[in-house]
Design a protein around this ligand. Structure first.
Ligand SMILES: NC(=O)c1ccc[n+]([C@@H]2O[C@H](COP(=O)([O-])OP(=O)(O)OC[C@H]3O[C@@H](n4cnc5c(N)ncnc54)[C@H](OP(=O)(O)O)[C@@H]3O)[C@@H](O)[C@H]2O)c1
Length: 310
């Protein structure tokens, strides 16, 4: 079969022959891949920088996909890190880690949306006690996950959603998605009284923004839940200890490891249903898998998620 194959971590995957998959036991199934999206997590898998990387090569990247079983039924499948991911004509799924999709589900939209929607959906449900009428600040709101987080927070009953990012022009488009206010990352003092921060940025902007926000808080005794989900601006943030001691801030992460895999999977049917019903504004760009090497290095096109079609 053909697949996107990574043979060196410093080169994009190439469209090449790869051995046909064979199921190893009853719980596994060989399926056709219908649509597989290029999430940031897939890029870090393919360049060896993700914390789960074992350094094993060659590998086929891809952590999730919409797949078709031999009976023609569509599933959303989530894979472990494996040498055979989803950017291939066929892959192996574990039956109990896959979710049957509604018959009217659009494979490209579902493949693009579940990972970014799940990031905030699971965080708000499993990492904090989210109360309706909370005020929510999203850092990195112009990305796919941030755009979804605006919509998730509103659907979960947030009273106010403040969208923050680095690009004023892209920020200005977010009120149409439900953001009540937009701020650049150096204006977080103007979001001082929020209850929840959903942070896809980390690095220097978060270190500075957390100080700005907490030092301008009118009531330091008011609970603040800061959820660390992504690290687009860097893996480390130099946070002064005093901001944590001087405020009622709880800092938690949300991702694989801090959320049980069963909890992630348990949310997928509801997320897939919401995506299929059109509850989220999802922007996609479909590209044949044979163009993977070129697509991998093309400039990122705003908020569109690339979806490969094998
Ligand atoms: N833990 C989980 O469960 C989970 C799940 C999904 C995603 N994630 C993580 O969440 C992060 C965002 O994912 P995504 O799908 O939204 O990615 P994306 O669509 O590529 O968006 C990236 C976002 O980060 C911003 N950004 C990039 N570099 C930045 C910098 N140096 N300073 C400030 N902002 C910067 C971008 O701003 P511009 O619009 O200005 O370019 C954009 O808003 C990634 O780290 C991803 O791995 C985690």
């Amino acid at each position: 079969m053909k697949a996107a194959v990574v043979s060196a971590f410093d080169r994009p995957p190439q469209y090449e022959d790869f051995p046909d998959p064979v199921a190893a036991h009853d719980g596994e199934l060989v399926v056709d891949v219908v649509a597989a999206a290029l999430h940031p997590r897939v890029r870090s898998q393919a360049n060896g920088s993700h914390y789960t990387s074992t350094g094993e090569l060659p590998l086929v990247p891809g952590i999730d996909a919409v797949v078709r079983d031999p009976q023609g039924k569509l599933y959303y499948a989530l894979l472990d890190d494996t040498a055979l991911g989803t950017m291939a004509q066929r892959t192996i799924i574990e039956k109990d880690r896959s979710v049957a999709l509604p018959t009217d589900a659009d494979p490209v939209t579902v493949a693009a949306a579940i990972n970014p929607v799940m990031s905030s959906w699971v965080a708000l449900r499993h990492r904090i006690t989210f109360r309706r009428a909370s005020c929510v600040l999203i850092l990195g709101a112009t990305g796919s996950a941030g755009r979804m987080a605006i919509q998730v927070a509103k659907q979960f009953g947030a009273k106010e959603v403040i969208a923050a990012g680095r690009n004023p022009q892209r920020l200005s488009e977010l009120t149409a998605l439900g953001a009540d206010r937009v701020l650049t990352l150096d204006q977080l003092d103007q979001a001082a009284d929020v209850d929840v921060v959903i942070d896809y940025v980390w690095g220097e902007p978060t270190a500075k923004g957390m100080v700005d926000l907490i030092t301008h808080r009118r009531d330091r005794g008011r609970e603040l839940s800061w959820i660390q989900i992504g690290s687009m601006a860097g893996p480390n943030a130099d946070i002064p200890s005093a901001v944590l001691r001087s405020s009622r801030t709880q800092l938690v992460g949300s991702g694989i490891g801090s959320v049980d895999g069963r909890d992630f999977r348990a949310e997928i049917p509801q997320i897939a249903k919401a995506v299929t019903k059109g509850a989220f504004d999802v922007r996609t760009q479909s590209i044949p898998l044979s163009d993977v090497a070129t697509a991998w290095t093309q400039p990122l096109d705003g908020d569109q998620r690339i979806v490969f079609l094998p």
